[in-house]
Design a protein around this ligand. Structure first.
Ligand SMILES: Cc1cc2nc3c(=O)[nH]c(=O)nc-3n(C[C@H](O)[C@H](O)[C@H](O)COP(=O)(O)OP(=O)(O)OC[C@H]3O[C@@H](n4cnc5c(N)ncnc54)[C@H](O)[C@@H]3O)c2cc1C
Length: 328
């Protein structure tokens, strides 16, 4: 029988939303393929994460708890995921198309000689059985693909799926005797320089405020984007130009070569809306463009266009939001 192995993403002992959106994709595929679902939790000291995932309808939660898995390095995690897949007989291995999933899963596919569908946004029926819908050419078109190897590797775009809810019940938790073999991987963990912030992360935020090159400098970016994000409880994003010009950290980048988001509300501040940027945000529910011009590509996808200088209109907007909040 077919078995889908979902790879859990977690941070600081908590399950990340990326795990649950992957699980949603896996459930849709399982319904078409008649599969059962298992979950794999890798890391060091991850018993709590495994326990938290026992109520989501998986048959088994496999736990690879090993000091050498503390950081999600592609060579070690890739090896252990492939080992778990082989030992439990999974024919589909699914992870999020997050930076972690994009890094690790091609290695899993190579180890298992499996075909891979990456960044899928839907599970579809085709004449050749269940397949996957995925964007091509910066999202300019969507292709339906099938994988014709016995084993499939799939990464799911988080913004295209809902977070799977708990189903009750309790999965079996099985310890997996992992052999990450870090020394043989010729890889060494040096440091993880994550952005420390109290704001929601881009993949979890309901509202995103993104700034572009029009903000002119790191100071301009902070002066304009941060107060609006804080007034709205939003996550912060950026265009690639803003990242390349050093206005903000790399992990803020939204677009074809950055993160893909689909929040309830997206503010594009001083961003022109190049196709590569649109590829990362055009599925946002409501898009607000704030730009000195009204004829930029961003205005064509925006639900609301506020034409004006961001340095003037955003402080005014923040004042209005504060006044509304004060009025209760
Ligand atoms: C292979 C490839 C991959 C790429 N991947 C990405 C990606 O992932 N993400 C991405 O974003 N880009 C990506 N790009 C780059 C993309 O093509 C654009 O160059 C980039 O998105 C432009 O960023 P921007 O809109 O901030 O800057 P610009 O295009 O320079 O636009 C600045 C905007 O600010 C407005 N403006 C200026 N001053 C003000 C002001 N005071 N107030 C309000 N508005 C103002 C201007 O009218 C203009 O619309 C990629 C390019 C390539 C070739």
């Amino acid at each position: 029988m077919s078995k889908i192995l979902v790879i859990a993403e977690h941070a600081d002992g908590a399950v990340k939303k990326a795990t649950l959106t992957t699980l949603d994709m896996a459930r849709q595929l399982a319904a078409k393929k008649g599969s059962s679902i298992d979950i794999a939790v890798l890391g060091s000291g991850v018993g709590g994460v495994a326990e938290a995932l026992t109520g989501y309808g998986a048959e088994t939660v496999h736990v690879a708890d090993h000091a050498e898995l503390a950081n999600a390095l592609a060579p070690t995690w890739g090896k252990v995921i492939a080992d778990i897949a082989e030992s439990c007989g999974a024919d589909v291995i699914a992870a999020s198309a997050s930076t972690t999933g994009k890094d690790i899963m091609p290695r899993v596919a190579a180890r298992l000689e499996a075909g891979m569908a990456s960044d899928v946004v839907g599970v579809v029926d085709t004449d050749d059985g269940p397949g996957f819908r995925r964007p091509m050419w910066a999202g300019a078109l969507l292709a339906d693909v099938v994988i014709d190897t016995d084993t499939w590797v799939v990464t799911a775009r988080g913004s295209a799926f809902d977070a799977a809810g708990a189903t009750g019940g309790s999965s079996a938790v099985e310890a997996f005797d992992a052999e990450p073999n870090l020394a043989a991987s010729r890889t060494r963990f040096v440091s993880f320089n994550g952005t420390k912030s109290d704001r929601p992360t881009l993949d979890e935020a309901d509202i995103v405020v993104a700034g572009g090159r029009g903000l002119k400098s790191a100071e301009g970016f902070a002066q304009v984007v941060e107060p609006l994000a804080d007034a709205l409880g939003a996550g912060i994003g950026a265009s690639r130009a803003a990242v390349d010009d050093g206005f903000c950290p790399n992990d803020y980048q939204i677009g074809q070569t950055g993160k893909v988001v689909a929040p309830q509300l997206y503010f594009a501040v001083a961003i022109s809306g190049a196709i590569q940027h649109l590829a990362g945000m055009k599925n946002s529910k409501v898009i607000v463009a704030i730009n000195t011009r009204d004829d930029e590509p961003i205005n064509k996808v925006a639900d609301y266009s506020l034409v004006g200088d961001a340095f003037t209109v955003i402080p005014e907007l923040c004042e209005k939001i504060a006044a509304i909040k004060a009025a209760g």
